[in-house]
Design a binder for this molecule. Structure first.
Ligand SMILES: [Zn+2]
Length: 544
């Protein structure tokens, strides 16, 4: 090889969705903002997961020449909660993902719930990782070499824990290590190998159009190194959901361009194991999506998404404190009552991942961890309570701009679910004490001013009217209303757009928005002077 390039390029996709199902029923409610789909899981599956599982490679005329499975050549992690949803709702996609790993050994693990591991109680961190490993082994039929840490949240103790649990490597952003390894090299610290991804190029993939020109992309990615492996990492949803058609760029890069150039495309685990690692000294307590250590998941650090500038996130601290309080009490019950049923309560909790992965393993679990001649149902209640408690720390709750959101409602439902389960064995969690802490959590939404209000809303104890405010206005309804208003103001392009949106969403959206749009249009046409609105009126159900 004359030119200086990397020996291998790796594109890693982080696959995960925030929990959307009601913890009591397991059912994902209707999400109007995902229209024309029932919910976001279904929509993202159709826009991203399935297109990547069946990716088109096109010729110069845009005709399909091949359909490939990107999961054979991408590196990826599949969050266990999303994996279970795919099993039930898109089994063709779930099977294709597993098949991709069979061919390429491309998958790495993820902690079971999407929790910030360095902020977790040390026992919870251990359980989360062990449950993630158990789910991986059940799904992919092999031990994981690597693990994706939620938000790449890491500190020294996390690395030591990974090493202790037999994990060989994880992936981090360049700013998370004390000393950057040379481009193409694999880092190491505290007994774990660190794949430091290419920050600028990963940013361009997430927020730009670099995948439109895959030859330039592959040259750019591989050209910075003299041998070794270069990696980009981003949310999987980038490919197809955020950037329509980007899965074709991935397919072209990994199945056509890189092989043409003689560049390997993985698997990452084998590349990491074959490399001679370079000491990076240590890692900062940090994550890829916050510039303030792990501030985003505990304080008002300034990082947030999707809110006005004048909003604040001071609610993050009391939210975590309230959930910590409930967790500590649930753990006290688990340890005390666990003595009645388990050989060793903590070993049992750590091993429960095999049951979460495959409920048919319950009997095996009981034989190994439950004392003879005691109540299996007590064991079941204690473990399910712990599972809900762990789920109540899902990082999505702290990620966004406000407290009055579904993501927070879900973690509150999980904490409450844990309390409900323990009530069935005559144990009480200090809910009122937690609510007093949540009184000090102030949202930016006047409809639900405090954490206590959000808790009651989450549990279905608040007026339904508040729920509309919380979810934000239904995006499609708002869009229809806005476009119709613009059409009435004389904007013919808005009229055409409104017709398209109505055509797409009319059966799925609330009648109220259409009624309001009809009212406005009727008023605008009442003197008969607006023939430009006739077509839109027809769409909205008016007689000609
Ligand atoms: Zn931050």
């Amino acid at each position: 090889v004359d030119s200086v390039t990397a020996d291998a390029i790796v594109i890693h996709g982080h696959m995960y969705q925030p929990p959307r199902a009601d913890p009591r029923t397991g059912v994902v409610p209707y999400e109007p903002t995902a229209a024309p789909y029932h919910d976001w899981n279904l929509r993202i599956t159709d826009e991203c997961y399935r297109p990547n599982a069946f990716a088109r490679i096109l010729d110069g005329q845009g005709r399909i020449v091949r359909i490939v499975n990107n999961f054979e050549r991408m590196s990826f992690n599949l969050g266990p909660t999303l994996a279970h949803w795919l099993d039930a709702n898109a089994p063709d996609v779930a099977a294709r993902i597993v098949q991709g790993d069979r061919v390429g050994a491309t998958a790495i693990a993820q902690p079971f719930h999407h929790v910030i591991i360095p902020l977790a109680d040390p026992r919870d961190a251990r359980t989360e990782i062990l449950w993630g490993i158990a789910d991986f082994e059940y799904r992919f039929g092999r031990r994981p070499l690597g693990i994706w840490l939620p938000e790449t949240g890491i500190d020294s103790a996390t690395l030591e824990l990974l090493a202790d649990l037999g994990i060989v490597f994880t992936i981090v952003a360049p700013g998370q290590v004390h000393a950057l390894p040379p481009v193409g090299a694999i880092g190491a610290s505290h007994g774990v190998r660190l794949v430091v991804y290419d920050g600028p190029l990963s940013q361009q993939i997430a927020f730009g159009d670099v995948m439109n020109d895959t030859r330039t992309f592959v040259d750019h990615l591989s050209g910075g190194a003299d041998g070794g492996t270069v990696t980009v990492a981003t949310d999987m949803e980038t490919f197809g959901h955020h950037h329509c058609g980007a899965e074709r760029g991935v397919a072209h890069a990994l199945f056509v361009v890189a092989p043409d150039r003689g560049i390997s495309v993985g698997p990452l685990g084998a590349l990491v194991q074959a490399a001679t690692p370079v000491d990076v000294v240590d890692v900062y307590t940090s994550a890829w999506s916050c510039a303030h250590g792990l501030g985003r998941w505990q304080i008002d650090c300034g990082c947030s998404s999707d809110g006005p500038d004048e909003w604040n996130q001071r609610w993050r601290t009391p939210l975590r404190l309230a959930l910590n309080l409930l967790r500590d009490h649930a753990v006290e019950v688990f340890e005390r009552r666990g003595k009645e049923v388990f050989n060793d309560s903590w070993l049992a909790r750590d091993a429960y991942g095999i049951v979460l992965a495959d409920p048919s393993r319950w009997d095996d679990f009981v034989i190994a961890h439950v004392q003879p001649l005691v109540s299996e149902s007590l064991a079941d209640v204690l473990l399910r309570s712990q599972q809900s408690t762990l789920a109540s720390f899902t990082s999505c709750a702290w990620f966004f701009a406000d407290l009055a959101r579904r993501e927070i409602a879900i973690v509150m439902q999980e904490a409450n679910r844990s309390a409900e389960l323990l009530r069935s064995i005559s144990e009480e969690l200090p809910i009122e004490q937690a609510l007093q802490i949540l009184d000090g959590a102030h949202s930016n939404d006047p409809a639900l001013p405090t954490g206590r209000d959000v808790w009651h809303w989450a549990l279905g104890e608040a007026p339904v009217a508040a729920a509309g405010t919380i979810d934000g206005e239904d995006a499609v309804q708002t869009l229809i209303e806005r476009l119709v208003a613009e059409a009435i103001a004389g904007d013919s392009a808005a009229s055409v757009q409104a017709q398209a949106v109505i055509d797409l969403a009319v059966d799925r959206t609330d009648r109220v928005a259409l009624d309001r749009a009809q009212n406005a249009l009727y008023a605008a046409r009442s003197d008969g002077s607006r023939p430009d609105l006739d077509a839109l009126a027809g769409m909205l159900g008016f007689a000609v």
